[in-house]
Design a protein around this ligand. Sequence first.
Ligand SMILES: [Ca+2]
Ligand SMILES: [Ca+2]
Length: 351
Amino acid sequence: MCEGGELFERVVDKGGMTEATAGRVMKQILSALAYCHANNVVHRDLKPENVLMDKDEGDATVKIIDFGTAQIFDPHQQMTAKSGTPYYIAPEVIKCSYNSKCDVWSAGVMLYVLLCGYPPFSGKTDQEIMANVCKGKYSMIGDAWEVVSKEAKELVKKMLTYDPAKRISAMEALKDPWIAKNTAHSAGSAMAKVMPALDNLKKFHAGTMLKQAAMTYIVSQLVDEKEKKELQKVFQTLDKNGDGKLSKQELLEGYEGIYGGFIRSELEKAFDAIDIDKSGSIDYNEFLVATLSEKKVLNENNIREAFRLMDKVAGHESNNNRTTTDRLPWTRSGRCWRLTRTSRKRCSKGS
Ligand SMILES: [Ca+2]
Ligand SMILES: [Ca+2]
């Protein structure tokens, strides 16, 4: 499924990445974060080991895994539970008062590592590393940084801004000029593949609720990753602001880009059919349901397997209490830091 391996291994093997590759990787990470944060989910243990790449090429698709420490948050309240990994943890998480911007910090540390091959805050022990994180001082001087562009350094600075209130959000980071510069080419080449998908979208009729439910389930659980791959690129191309959802406007622009114009009423109709949960936007699964041809999704094998799995979920077989992460062989929750009350140390900038 992800034969390219961990992002971390890639960096270690190759000693950093080109800016173009780092830009494409970072855009996908930020896009996933923007989607999570908009849905009030914070990851809290973002690091290269939790980012998988599906193949060893420049246009790899990136997946964030291990949501074991993720939490649904109240946007009006600060979170207090300390959770993370020393190199990547945000200073405000060590101080036990934070919000979703802590993920942006961790992504900023990753961007730093991707660009130069070593972390911005280090030390001989976990305590020492976290003391340096708390100080928040890092440098972008040295051989590795000499070849890094000014724009890339600017984005690192915005993501590693000490005060979370002044730190850029995932959504804002997606609009950063450095991200735009390094992802423009891939968007262009994917546009050619948009047309068949848009044709399917136009023809899509949701059908009965049972059919919708079955298709949604089969698409998310059973359809081969390879089949989804191209469509994922199309989705990313249409998703101009990178928030992981297609708005009516983005879909309209997609059609206009291909057909040079589109009847608004027709688009409204298509949009309503595709937006199965009536959330006002098209998420990735809804897009897949609408663009994968029905023949591919609703074949006998898939229907039988879906029935078997749903039956299992309903409790007709035991073993239904395992979580998705339990089944992921690459999860290494042991590496994550969950600090106990006694090891908490207050620290502040400059201390
Ligand atoms: Ca969007
Ligand atoms: Ca929707």
